[in-house]
Design a protein around this ligand. Sequence first.
Ligand SMILES: Nc1nc2c(ncn2[C@@H]2O[C@H](COP(=O)(O)OP(=O)(O)OP(=O)(O)O)[C@@H](O)[C@H]2O)c(=O)[nH]1
Ligand SMILES: [Mg+2]
Length: 422
Amino acid sequence: MQFIDKTSIYIKAGNGGNGCAAFHREKYVNKGGPSGGDGGKGGSIIFVADPQDNTLLAFKKTVHFRAENGENGRPELQHGKDGKDLYIRVPVGTIVRDIETGGILADMSEPGKEKTVLRGGRGGKGNARFATPTHQSPRFAQNGVKTEERRVELELKTIADVGIIGFPSVGKSTILSVLTSAKPKIAAYHFTTLTPNLGVAERHGHAFVLADIPGLIEGAAEGAGLGHDFLRHIERTRMLVHVLDASGCEMRDPLEDYQKINAELAGFSETLAALPQIVCCNKMDLPDAEENLIRIRKALEPEGISVFGVSAATVSGFDEMLDCIIAKLDTLPPVRVYDEAELEIGTAETGFTVRKEETGIYVVEGGDVDRLLDTTDPEDETSMRRFQQLLIKTGIIAALREMGAKDGDTIVLGEWDFEFTE
Ligand SMILES: Nc1nc2c(ncn2[C@@H]2O[C@H](COP(=O)(O)OP(=O)(O)OP(=O)(O)O)[C@@H](O)[C@H]2O)c(=O)[nH]1
Ligand SMILES: [Mg+2]
């Protein structure tokens, strides 16, 4: 199976349907009242954390996700239907990032979590809504809000209490299989594990999640071996079990292995380097292991690092290590969850920019400007009055004044230009 843990997709919420401008028609009734229905709201884009999923592979094939548009309003007060929301299922631990700003829009850290990342466009009001005692036959309706397509990055960061790290073939997957009911692939060659494996360990009523990742080698932080792709999976653990092959059966020195892996962690991120570690000396059933264990203890215990001798082959030595993990987890903060930024497509008060093009010409761009134009009918007096009020409310007029705009200057707003009047 191919494992994909980073990819990007395009998402778009549904447009709001346009309001309708129409008048009631009936036989023998000469001039009916305004009867244009409202446009429906566009569907939203909602991410869902699916515990059944563990790869982003599906997003390599499908990259465009569009929620349904709202229907336009129709005569005789028929409102347009709202567009259906689109649910995008992602593995638990997926982080959704705005590619433009780098901001995290959703951290799908809990199974079943739902997060609306893009809201559907508002439907436009039909002309029936604009009737007032003094203006009984408005001929305009409001357009729905058109939404923009956004590109977002999906990144899967496995969430577990404990990450198991170490060189290839030191026995990480075997240890996972001994401590949990997980059945990872185990073999005598390097890089047997190609994707993170998760399992739940239990002792005396305490349960915690262990993540076994592919073996690391020197240069991993720069991409050697299976590279840094897998280092990010252990960034979201609370502590690490650093597995060493105490027997040195592959002719490497376990203490050197320990230093090398730690250098890789530090080279990758501060988060990784700062994670608490305990050391698990595996393969104690083999010759030379005892001697190495004594040496490792002597080197690391004075630094305050707990060292355990175990054998995954004979399943021995694990109780003490499990007790230590449980006691440590008790004192550690929960797995890091990211703050989610709201993706706002221009807020009412801010987001627009005003710049002076040349003497007497000012250009207003960004923020809600497009939406303002979209929902305004220049042919209609009431609509234009609302437009003027919004220019004041959004602070555009104040900003223009501040830039020095005077009576008679030209203001360019999207495709429109008009004269500035105080
Ligand atoms: N003698 C002995 N062999 C072990 C022990 N633990 C694991 N092995 C063997 O070591 C080899 C590698 O084990 P794995 O669990 O696949 O190692 P790994 O660290 O997950 O390796 P990668 O996934 O390639 O990084 C296998 O042949 C295991 O049977 C042990 O305690 N004693
Ligand atoms: Mg493995």
